[in-house]
Ligand binder design. Sequence first.
Ligand SMILES: Cc1cc2nc3c(=O)[nH]c(=O)nc-3n(C[C@H](O)[C@H](O)[C@H](O)COP(=O)(O)O)c2cc1C
Length: 171
Amino acid sequence: MSVLDVIKTRRSIRRFKKKPVPDEVLYRLKEALIWAPSAGNLQDRHFYLVYNEDLKKEIAKAALDQMFITEAPVVLIGCSDLSTVAPYRERGMALYTHHDMGASIQNLLLAAKEEGLGTCWIGAFDNRKVAELLSLPEDLIATAIVPIGYPAESPSPTPRYGMERFFTVLE
Ligand SMILES: Cc1cc2nc3c(=O)[nH]c(=O)nc-3n(C[C@H](O)[C@H](O)[C@H](O)COP(=O)(O)O)c2cc1C
């Protein structure tokens, strides 16, 4: 598949098979995460991979009871590392962290799609609760949750607005 085909056919998956994700596949997903660009190449991110069933359940509860998260064999939590981005001060902490994590997560979603895996980018969760569950050090801010597993559903394409809505061409 071309990169554009992967981009266009990726869907958020909210039902997963029990089948585990092989280590070598997971390794490629980790590569996708860390090879994303970051401001000043500071690489201000750290990822938790959760396999523990009880912990997955608590994370799902902290994500406004999105219990489908527990169906995935592995759940990734992306954390922005404020101490690493500190050289960029306020702009780094308030803005670049979000860019950098977004780039990593999108890489992950696309790499997973290429591997035949399903993912769902989860942004609705109680950050403080997740920090507590993972015993996060103060400098790590949980910014994204992604359940990863083999899809047990194939959702229809989600619509996008027409091109004209998004672009202003200045000549
Ligand atoms: C920042 C962000 C936060 C999101 N949070 C959630 C979420 O908490 N729960 C959920 O089920 N989907 C969540 N999504 C997935 C979106 O609902 C989904 O991407 C959108 O509806 C388009 O569908 P698609 O991913 O299949 O193209 C989130 C996506 C993004 C980018």
